[in-house]
Write a protein that binds this ligand. Sequence first.
Ligand SMILES: C[S@@+](CC[C@H](N)C(=O)[O-])C[C@H]1O[C@@H](n2cnc3c(N)ncnc32)[C@H](O)[C@@H]1O
Length: 277
Amino acid sequence: MHHNELTDEECARFCGLIYRAAGIRIADNKRVMIGNRVRRRLRATGIGSFREYYAFLTSPAGAGEMPLFLDVITTNETYFFRDAQHYQWLGKEFLPEVARLAAAHKHPRRLRIWSAACSTGEEPYSIAIEVFEKRALFAGWKVTILGTDISGAALADARAGRYDARSVRHVEPGRLLACFDEDRQGGAWTVKPVVKALVEWRPHNLLAPLGGEPFDCIFLKNVLIYFDRDSKQAVVKNLVAALAAGGFLVVGPTEGVHNMLDPLARVQAWLYRQGGG
Ligand SMILES: C[S@@+](CC[C@H](N)C(=O)[O-])C[C@H]1O[C@@H](n2cnc3c(N)ncnc32)[C@H](O)[C@@H]1O
């Protein structure tokens, strides 16, 4: 099926919708990319033009289409143990420190970590692998690792937990053996049930508060790059509110929120801490 090109005006309407729904600002020069991505939904729905698709998407009948639209719009690139120093800190400093505090009755025997834009799951599973390797420290604890994302398609992949060689390229061989089952045919690795059991998944838009119990650590990585100042500020406010006293925020290299984190103490360029810990 042939579809017309996306006009500047149509592109602007889709971009306005994306900004309101997800906080993402699409640059003006991304018209061809947006056209290509939305065209996948035209094909899937059998709708013949961008104009008709936009009308459907914004009509009451199209409410169910919005998540599928956001699935094609979001960029889900990720891999295991991205930014090695974050995981070194987690495994060698953060986890032992929480265990020490609990032994001194200064922390409940409860560990809560949130991967706040987890895409296809590599980030929360990498966290889970660190926790799994340190499980002796947390025997009898209530451990929660939560992975959330706005994309339901990404979360479906996360739940399946099956990855290709590219995705696991930074997983050490010993860990690959201990924490993954390799497919018979080779070339794909599935996270073992013992590691999978540590992670919970939930769809969540970072523009909204999450609610529930606070977290000892939140990962916020490689998601806010296309957010503008207002939407970044909304996300930061929600995350800071979700941090426990003494809890840590790990931020990615491209978030651009360093001037918005003054409620927190800066520990490293990429690591912030809530007071009161
Ligand atoms: C590039 S991935 C980053 C994955 C992982 N944190 C990492 O650093 O490798 C960015 C993810 O942010 C998600 N995302 C974009 N806007 C969002 C929003 N408003 N709320 C929640 N997730 C969002 C996308 O669906 C995508 O899966």
